[in-house]
Every structure is written in structure tokens, then in C-alpha cells.
Ligand binder design. Structure first.
Ligand code: HEC
Ligand code: HEC
Length: 290
């Protein structure tokens, strides 16, 4: 009898570890989807030099200097292989590294702070599952006086509202899903909202366009303003841009938005539509003046 129950126990245990593995795989798959939506690869991969995915970034030119996104593969010495989930959550949601030093806001943690615990854990599971690559990203070239990370304390008091994002009561589930994806994960504001002289997002002009967007490109007003924004667009028009990059005038969006479309094209139809439902509901604001 005893051996039978041991066998039974062994079967139960095997079943458990099997389902634990299935749970891990599900987490990695969800994480991969969210990492695509958040376009981690766009900044963390040096495509121009044929760099390995996520092994350290292309140069990001901003008015505050040139930044290089670090290696976020699981390499223990040059990547985040030694990180715990807490280290990762602190980086993504609080904008602090494992020693408590502050990141520069060119890493869009001001948006990622809205990401839920579960989604952060799944993104981490995914990052830990990609091939480890040994590669050190170049040092940031930050302009005076922004080179002192501790200055970010003042900056953060002014411009940082720590998440995660809470659903808005009274709005539909679809709208809330769209808001979560647009605000927290796909970080649309990081380009479409102007920044003040310290680089903080000027939320009073949310989505009203940024003339000095990443790499000097102009990101247009995408509020529902009829003349300056996309007030004439239907939800389907916006879904189409997110899926194919083609606007209602038959143009193709380029520059930074090309990467965003590559990312959004990987989403489900339901998620693209949710983003469009949310964005088309934004109050009209005239284009941010020059
Ligand atoms: C717009 C460009 C950009 C995008 C998009 C981006 N990052 Fe980053 N990330 C950066 C930069 C730049 C830094 C370094 C900031 C600094 O030096 O203060 C960074 C830092 C990090 C760090 C800290 C690594 C370390 O070694 O300290 C992690 C973790 C990270 N990013 C994860 C992600 C994840 C996950 C995503 C996608 C959900 C993502 N990033 C999307 C630019 C980006
Ligand atoms: C990396 C910066 C960046 C991010 C992030 C970004 N955009 Fe854009 N977006 C741009 C730029 C730059 C353009 C202008 C492209 C052009 O003129 O070819 C643009 C254009 C657009 C347009 C076309 C507007 C018009 O009048 O033709 C729409 C719509 C749009 N973005 C929506 C979004 C949404 C929704 C998100 C989030 C899911 C998003 N963008 C995230 C940079 C960005």
C-alpha cells in the first residue's frame, strides 16, 4: 500500500511541476507580448551595429545629452542576470537601480510606473528567458548639470507620480484597457506630450504634440482637436495606423512612430482597438505652440 501511495504522490508531484512549468511558460508568453507592446527592443537594441536583441541600446539623442539603454538580457555581469524580481520592479516602477540611484527619464519609467505587479513579473520572466549576451552599452554623455543623478530627486518630486495605474470607475473595460496600454505600457505620452525645460512631461498639454520629440522629430497633436489633432479620425482610422502605419490621407507614419507601429502590429485586434477607443476620447487641445 505504502509504495502505491508513494507512486501516487510522485505522480501528483510530477503533475504539479508540470503545471508549474506550464505556468512559467504562460508568464513568459504574456511577458513577451507586453515587452513587444512596450517596445523594449527599440531602445535596448543597437540595430545599426547589428547588436543582439535587448543587449544594449542605440544612442538616444535628447536635449539633455545622449543616452544608451543598458543590456537587459540575463547576462550576469553586463546584463540583469543577477537581478531579483524586486530589483526589476524597482527599476520599472520607481525608476531606481539596485543601489537606489535614480534613472534618467529617457527610460520611460514615468509611464512604466503604471504597469501592474503581475505584468511586471511576467515581463521579468520573459527577459530572464531570452539568450544572455555579454555586452556593455556605452556610458551616457549627459550635458551639464544633468549629469548628477541625485538632481533627479528634485525632478521626481515635481514630475513623477508613482503607479500602478488604477482603472477609472464609470469607464468601460475596453477604454480602461486602452488607457492602461497607451499610458503605462506603450508610453504614447513620452513622445506626444511636450516636455518642460527640465525634461518632465507637461501633463497640462497631454498628447498635444511635442516639437522636440526623440531624435529631434516632431510628434504631432493626437488629441481630438479638429484642426490640430486627429478629431476627424474614426476609431477604425486609428486602428489602421496602429496596424499598418497608414493614415486616412494615405501617408505612412515614419520616424519614431515607425517603431511604434512595428510594436502595435504585434498586438491583438482587441488591444489595438482598445488603444484607439481611449486615444480618440482624449479632450481636444490645440497643438503645443513652438
Ligand atoms: C525610449 C527608450 C526606452 C524604452 C522604450 C525602454 N527603455 Fe529601458 N532604459 C532606457 C534607458 C536610456 C535606460 C538607462 C537610463 C539611465 O541610464 O538612467 C534604461 C534602463 C532600463 C533598465 C535598467 C537596467 C540597468 O542595468 O540598470 C531596465 C531593467 C529597463 N530599462 C527595462 C526596460 C523594459 C522592460 C522596457 C520595455 C517595457 C524598456 N526598458 C523600454 C531606455 C528605454
Ligand atoms: C518614439 C516616439 C513615439 C511614440 C512612443 C509614439 N509616437 Fe505616435 N508619432 C511619433 C512621431 C514622430 C509621429 C510623426 C510621424 C510622421 O510624421 O511620419 C507620430 C505620429 C502619430 C500619429 C499620426 C498623427 C497624424 O496626424 O498623422 C498617430 C495617430 C500616433 N502617432 C499615435 C500614437 C499612439 C496611439 C501611440 C502609443 C501607442 C504613439 N503614437 C506613440 C512618435 C511617437
Amino acid at each position: 500500500m505504502k509504495s502505491v501511495s508513494l507512486v501516487a504522490a510522485a505522480i501528483v508531484l510530477a503533475g504539479l511541476s508540470g503545471s508549474a512549468r506550464a505556468a512559467d511558460e504562460a508568464a513568459v508568453a504574456r511577458g513577451a507580448y507586453l515587452a513587444a507592446a512596450g517596445d523594449c527592443e527599440a531602445c535596448h537594441t543597437d540595430k545599426k551595429s547589428d547588436g543582439a536583441p535587448l543587449a544594449g541600446g542605440r544612442p538616444l539623442v535628447t536635449p539633455f545629452g545622449t543616452f544608451y539603454a543598458p543590456n537587459i538580457t540575463p547576462d550576469p555581469s553586463t546584463g540583469i542576470g543577477k537581478w531579483t524580481l524586486d530589483d526589476f520592479r524597482r527599476a520599472l516602477r520607481e525608476g531606481k537601480n539596485e543601489h537606489g540611484a535614480y534613472y534618467y527619464p529617457v527610460f520611460p519609467f514615468t509611464s512604466f510606473t503604471g504597469i501592474t505587479d503581475r505584468d511586471a513579473a511576467d515581463i521579468f520572466a520573459y527577459l530572464q528567458s531570452v539568450p544572455a549576451v555579454e555586452h556593455r552599452a556605452p556610458h551616457n554623455e549627459v550635458k551639464f548639470p544633468f549629469g548628477w543623478r541625485f538632481l533627479m530627486i528634485g525632478w521626481r518630486t515635481l514630475f513623477f507620480n508613482e503607479g500602478p495605474l488604477q482603472p477609472v470607475v464609470g469607464q468601460s473595460e475596453e477604454w480602461n484597457r486602452g488607457r492602461y496600454l497607451a499610458e503605462a505600457v506603450a508610453h504614447c505620452q513620452e513622445c506626444h506630450t511636450p516636455r518642460n525645460f527640465l525634461g518632465g512631461l507637461d501633463r497640462a498639454h497631454a498628447y498635444a504634440g511635442n516639437l522636440h520629440g526623440p531624435d529631434g522629430n516632431e510628434a504631432p497633436d493626437i488629441t481630438s482637436h479638429k484642426k490640430d489633432g486627429i478629431g476627424d479620425w474614426s476609431i477604425e482610422d486609428l486602428v489602421e495606423v496602429l496596424k499598418t502605419g497608414t493614415t486616412p490621407d494615405g501617408d505612412n507614419v515614419a520616424q519614431g512612430m515607425g517603431d511604434v507601429v512595428d510594436a502595435a502590429a504585434k498586438l491583438t485586434d482587441a488591444d489595438r482597438r482598445a488603444i484607439a477607443v481611449y486615444i480618440t476620447s482624449l479632450p481636444p487641445l490645440p497643438q503645443t505652440p513652438k
